[in-house]
Design a protein around this ligand. Structure first.
Ligand SMILES: [Mn+2]
Length: 208
């Protein structure tokens, strides 16, 4: 049985409706008010082999803060819902590198019920990095907040490390190394381990 779910999140700030199939083939139909984020989510879905539909409206007349955050929240909750109680039978851990020009993005995830993000960018804070999109709106501060919102709701411990970002073609490529590696790491972590099918993937006997 494919693990899939419909999801929605409606607040006074954003309206999000979507469909997720963890056992998909990487097809997506994504519409968000931010082209850069839409592009990154398409890469994430493709390399994670997730089928993802997402239609998002948000209060972008203010800025993309709420929209960016709420997409992270909605996606994290969607994965949680599709995995079901106690994440039965999954590998739980995943780790993947994605090289983009001279940059190396590395995502390591443990879907353990404890939401935590740690972003390491060559010893720099997200706010010290140049903007990601040419238009300047999407930044590493938004990227970090998106990942944090996602990890907290999954909930998972997620460590993302970016090496050598300055020698990439541009920051667009650096962001791609993050979303591609995250897709592949999450694909691994959500894969059913046939040796453990139907079992809680923890010695604790519960994922919480
Ligand atoms: Mn691109």
């Amino acid at each position: 049985m494919p693990r899939k779910t419909l999801f929605e999140r409606k607040t006074s700030e954003t309206q999000i409706v979507g469909a997720l199939n963890i056992d998909g083939v990487g097809k997506s139909r994504i519409k968000t008010p931010n082209g850069l984020l839409t592009h990154m989510l398409e890469l994430f879905a493709f390399h994670g082999c997730f089928d993802l539909e997402l239609e998002v409206k948000g209060d972008t007349h203010i800025d993309i803060h709420h929209t960016n955050e709420d997409i992270g929240i909605a996606l994290g909750k969607a994965f949680k819902k599709a995995l079901g109680e106690n994440n039965l039978g999954i590998k739980r851990f995943g780790s993947s590198f994605a090289p983009m020009e001279s940059t190396l993005g590395h995502s390591v995830i443990d879907i353990n019920g404890r939401g935590h993000l740690h972003l390491i960018i060559d010893g720099r804070k997200a706010g010290e990095m140049p903007a990601i999109s040419n238009q300047g709106e999407y930044t590493f501060v938004y990227l970090e907040h998106f990942l944090e919102s996602f990890a907290k709701q999954l909930p998972a411990t997620l460590i993302v490390k970016i090496e050598n970002p300055d020698n990439a073609g541009d920051m667009h490529s650096v962001a791609e190394s993050v979303f591609k590696s995250l897709g592949m790491a999450l694909d691994q972590a959500t894969t059913i381990d046939t040796r453990r099918e139907g079992q809680v993937p923890s010695t604790k006997g519960i994922i919480d």
